[in-house]
Design a protein around this ligand. Sequence first.
Ligand code: HEM
Length: 131
Amino acid sequence: MFTAGTVIAATAIYLLMLAAFFSARQRRFHVPVMIGAMVFDFMMPFYLYLTKDWYRRLVTEGELTSFLLWTHLLLVLTLYMLYAMQIQSARRILRGELSLRTDHRAQGKAVLLVRAFVILTGALMVETPKH
Ligand code: HEM
């Protein structure tokens, strides 16, 4: 089976996020890891756009009507919205509103669930290089 570097990198970061999730009290570890993961996830679409032949896949080969592609896209948008919520609650926690930890934790679980499905649906669309 061919596994793309992007999938391996995204999975490695997922494992780091899991570690940061379970050691959230160590802010010096938790905050940079989460911010780094978000930056990575925001850069990924740009990287894919610049390095892949989208016109061939989406237009010539008609993948624009693929159910998997649109599912993946909606999951990515959901993830970005959850990230926005995480940043908001994190800022308030840092300002001293510690009661928001419960919300931040619950949203965090949603982040991990949605991000797992983003990686899975992305992995299913990886093209095997032709020999
Ligand atoms: C911009 C990104 C983020 C920042 C700046 C941030 C910041 C923080 C801060 C300051 C705390 C409180 C730590 C303490 O009071 O000692 C915290 C707790 C926590 N964060 Fe984040 N976080 C971010 C993203 C995330 C994400 C993406 C997840 C989940 C994948 C997550 C999961 C948690 C969990 C589970 C806690 C513990 C809540 C509790 O005490 O029950 N965070 N975060």
